[in-house]
Design a binder for this molecule. Structure first.
Ligand SMILES: Nc1ncnc2c1ncn2[C@@H]1O[C@H](COP(=O)(O)OP(=O)(O)OP(=O)(O)O)[C@@H](O)[C@H]1O
Ligand SMILES: O=P(O)(O)OC[C@H]1O[C@H](OP(=O)(O)OP(=O)(O)O)[C@H](O)[C@@H]1O
Ligand SMILES: [Mg+2]
Length: 307
């Protein structure tokens, strides 16, 4: 692909963001951008679409292409799984190619792990058990780094998909693939034996310096991204508590700083307490609050947070 020159890109003046077109990361990447106030119009099958209310274009591509597009500066930002990002970085490093990018923020979705798995009847006693085995994977570089560090010689079999069927199909002795719930492994008669890499979705920026306008837009977007994620992780808690138990009640609220305490009409022994908690409030904590005499306990979601 011919890369656009910096002049061509400055002429368009719009920020380019790459997201996965369809797959495990697409819905949440789109939802996050929408919650950051971007008016997206991604209904049709177009590869590129304009954000209606900001100078931003969204590029929808295969996730495998995103790290390279960012590293080469073809797009300014990309939403990508750390597993795919690290695999591309190692691949480029092995080829002696540039593999730089700016990490902006780990996101709160796309959690999975890259693991080694073997058939259930395989007698596994540590990585040495894989000596000279053939291992099917879509992540040859991460696999090589992991087993080389352990000094285990192996043969790899590159498969872009359906990796879990490789042992049953006689293509490999073991696999190295993504696991989340473990259901796919179980359905294929495999057991997870080593976790090689824990991954989340992440937001990255191209390494090349940008013109001040587009950099300012990224900075503004990042304040919103941080606010959206913080808001999702936080809860607004309201309850009534006996004045005598106030300190113990506050101590039970996770990460709640400086709660607001308000008098209750016609009840001098109790107060209303409002607090933003940095975590969700679990049922057992709510039950403990009740034991301390708290009542009318409400836990509300927060839509946006700033400052
Ligand atoms: N089971 C899972 N649970 C959570 N996140 C996952 C899971 N599987 C994969 N992911 C994350 O989502 C990313 C995309 O997964 P997906 O299966 O949609 O990729 P793909 O099939 O390679 O898609 P594409 O067609 O874009 O190449 C993975 O690289 C990983 O970071
Ligand atoms: O441990 P689990 O919860 O079963 O998830 C693991 C599966 O999820 C992903 O595939 P996906 O379902 O996205 O389909 P794909 O093979 O088409 O990428 C991954 O490649 C595994 O196959
Ligand atoms: Mg892919």
């Amino acid at each position: 692909m011919t890369q656009p020159t910096s002049t061509q890109r400055t002429a368009s003046g719009r920020l380019r963001i790459a997201i996965q077109k369809s797959g495990r990361l697409s819905d949440e990447s789109q939802a996050l951008l929408k919650r950051c106030g971007l008016k997206l119009n991604l209904r049709d099958q177009r590869l590129m679409s304009h954000v209606e209310n900001l100078p931003i274009d969204i590029l929808r591509v295969r996730d495998d292409d995103i790290p390279g597009l960012v590293m080469d500066g073809v797009v300014d930002l990309g939403f990508i799984g750390e597993n795919v990002l690290e695999e591309e970085r190692l691949e480029r490093e092995a080829r002696g190619q540039e593999a730089a990018f700016k990490p902006l923020r780990r996101l709160d979705f796309g959690g999975c792990r890259l693991s080694l798995a073997v058939p259930e009847d395989f007698e596994y006693a540590g990585a040495d058990s894989l000596t000279d085995c053939r291992i099917a994977t879509s992540y040859p570089n991460l696999l090589r780094r992991y087993l080389n560090e352990k000094g285990v010689p192996f043969k790899s079999c590159m498969l872009k998909g359906s990796v879990e069927v490789a042992p049953r199909a006689g293509l490999a002795d073991a696999i190295c693939d993504l696991v989340s719930t473990g259901a796919t492994l179980e359905a294929n008669g495999l057991k997870e034996v080593e976790v090689m890499f824990r991954s989340m979705a992440t937001l990255i920026q191209a390494p090349q310096p940008l013109d001040p306008e587009r950099q300012a837009l990224i900075d503004k977007l990042m304040v919103r991204v941080n606010g959206v994620i913080q808001a999702k992780e936080s809860k607004y808690i309201m309850l009534h508590a006996p004045k005598a138990q106030l300190e113990q009640v506050i101590a039970l609220l996770p990460g709640a700083e400086n709660p607001t305490v308000l008098p209750l009409a016609e009840d001098n022994s109790r107060v209303a307490l409002h607090a933003v908690s940095s975590e969700t409030l679990f049922w057992d904590t709510m039950e403990e609050l009740k034991t301390l005499g708290a009542s009318s306990i409400l836990v509300l979601p927060i839509e946006k947070m700033l400052g």
